[in-house]
Design a protein around this ligand. Structure first.
Ligand SMILES: Cc1cc2nc3c(=O)[nH]c(=O)nc-3n(C[C@H](O)[C@H](O)[C@H](O)COP(=O)(O)OP(=O)(O)OC[C@H]3O[C@@H](n4cnc5c(N)ncnc54)[C@H](O)[C@@H]3O)c2cc1C
Length: 401
């Protein structure tokens, strides 16, 4: 076996995560091939060690105490074209250790469409199904066919279809606790070869995100060359500190720290009229929905209506599951609860990004506890102001919010 094994107190999670916090680890093993990954994982499980898998460490917040078990780092590479793709499509098997953004760049170069709006997301391919990564109107679930998954305790990976993964907004059965290792993923993308022959360019999927459409100067639903979509997404992300960049300290983060809350329409209606809201029912427009009926309310009336709606929603939840669900903007809730970009608690090494309210950043000397303390502060402010609990998006290890 040519995997690397490191044991020693000087390896810290801070070296393995993009937030650059987290204490010492017991042992680090690195798998560079799928076979080695299976072998290492089965050895670790047979030994009964505590274990955790790490790809790019870009969605992890680990405690300052560290982790006294084995960290399995995945570095297996390989992109393979699979036979029997449907007409006009291409099927890929991608090993878990491939870098996500390098995969996107590769698909764009080859004229395959389906991942272009997911440009610039850090991390490894194996983690992409864990929280069903998404951005700018695309999600992994749009293109994922299946994964090869090694259940904890098993010695052979099995194929899990996309349906079995129960992918949702930043979640899956893996994030909810199914223990094991993603060995590879299988994707189906649109092969633009026929269009390229006529138009000379690879045209992407319909643009499904307002801000991206505006940046491209097109309408929602228009189709634009994949190369332009990638460039526009990368530019938008850079402006928000949302691509890893050693020169940008706002990118020393785990990306968005909170998911956008999903509430019933009743709760959403109790929020101020300018609160962005997206209906989750497919027939509703994926747009900010102004609730004009609330526009004339005084702040006190709006507050009382909000409290009543919250209580109502709790009562209704049991009896009216058909009440439509609405996604809110966590960034808007944070800003409107009085927390501005760049905000830091006195004496803390963590701060809200100066470019994006949703990212908690390490300003250079933060501890994991600094980050957790800031996260709790944000949660408390939003809850006090709006009665809504923000949930963390990264996976927390040894930390509770
Ligand atoms: C600047 C920045 C911007 C970001 N933007 C976005 C965004 O736009 N959209 C988005 O969805 N996310 C975003 N993220 C979050 C993150 O990049 C993604 O969640 C990414 O998929 C994490 O990959 P990773 O390899 O770094 O995972 P890690 O952080 O290493 O691991 C995350 C979780 O997945 C598990 N895991 C990792 N690999 C495997 C595997 N092979 N098998 C089983 N479990 C595994 C880990 O145990 C852990 O629980 C951003 C992060 C940063 C830092």
């Amino acid at each position: 076996m040519d995997s690397e094994t490191d044991t020693g107190r000087d390896i810290r999670f801070a070296d393995l995560t993009t937030l650059r916090v987290g204490g010492p680890i017991g042992r680090l093993v690195t798998a560079t091939t799928p076979a080695e990954l299976v072998e290492l994982a089965t050895e670790v499980w047979a030994a009964g060690d505590d274990w955790v898998v790490v790809g790019g460490g870009s969605n992890l917040l680990v405690a300052d105490d560290g982790f006294d078990g084995t960290v399995i780092r995945i570095a297996s590479r390989g992109i393979e074209l699979l036979p029997d793709a449907p007409e006009g499509a291409v099927r890929l098997r991608v090993q878990a250790g491939e870098n996500w953004d390098e995969l996107v760049a590769w698909t764009v170069e080859h004229g395959y469409s389906g991942l272009e709006a997911l440009s610039g997301i850090p991390g490894a391919v194996g983690a992409s199904p864990v929280q069903n990564i998404g951005a700018y109107g695309q999600e992994l679930s749009d293109v994922l066919v299946a994964i090869e998954f090694l259940d904890e305790g098993a010695t052979e990976p099995r194929r899990m279809t996309v349906d079995e993964l129960e992918l949702g907004y930043r979640t899956s059965v893996l994030k909810r606790g199914l223990a094991g290792v993603v060995v590879s993923v299988e994707l189906e993308l649109h092969d633009t070869a026929a269009e390229r022959a006529v138009l000379g360019e690879a045209i992407g999927a319909p643009v499904a995100y307002r801000q991206l459409a505006d940046a491209l100067g097109v309408q929602l639903g228009d189709r634009v060359p994949v190369v332009r979509v990638r460039e526009a997404v990368l530019a938008l992300r850079r402006a928000k500190g949302m691509v890893l960049d050693p020169g940008d300290r706002d990118s020393v983060s785990a990306g968005s720290f909170f998911t956008n809350p999903i509430v019933t329409e009743r709760v959403a209606r109790s929020l101020p009229v300018d609160a962005p809201k997206w209906y989750l029912a497919p027939e509703q427009p994926d747009e900010v929905t102004p609730l004009a009926s609330l526009a004339s309310q005084s702040p006190l009336d709006a507050f009382l209506a909000h409290q009543a709606a919250l209580e109502d929603a709790e009562r209704q939840a049991a009896i009216a599951p058909e009440d439509p669900l609405v996604k809110l903007s966590a960034a808007w809730l944070i800003e409107r609860s009085g927390i501005r970009r760049g905000f830091a608690i006195a004496g803390s090494g963590a701060a809200i990004s100066s470019k994006h309210t949703l990212a908690l950043t390490n300003r250079g000397n933060a501890t994991a506890e600094d980050v957790a303390q800031l996260a709790r502060f944000v949660q408390q402010r939003v809850q006090a102001e709006f009665g809504i609990v923000l949930h963390p998006e990264p996976v927390l290890l040894g930390i509770e919010l």
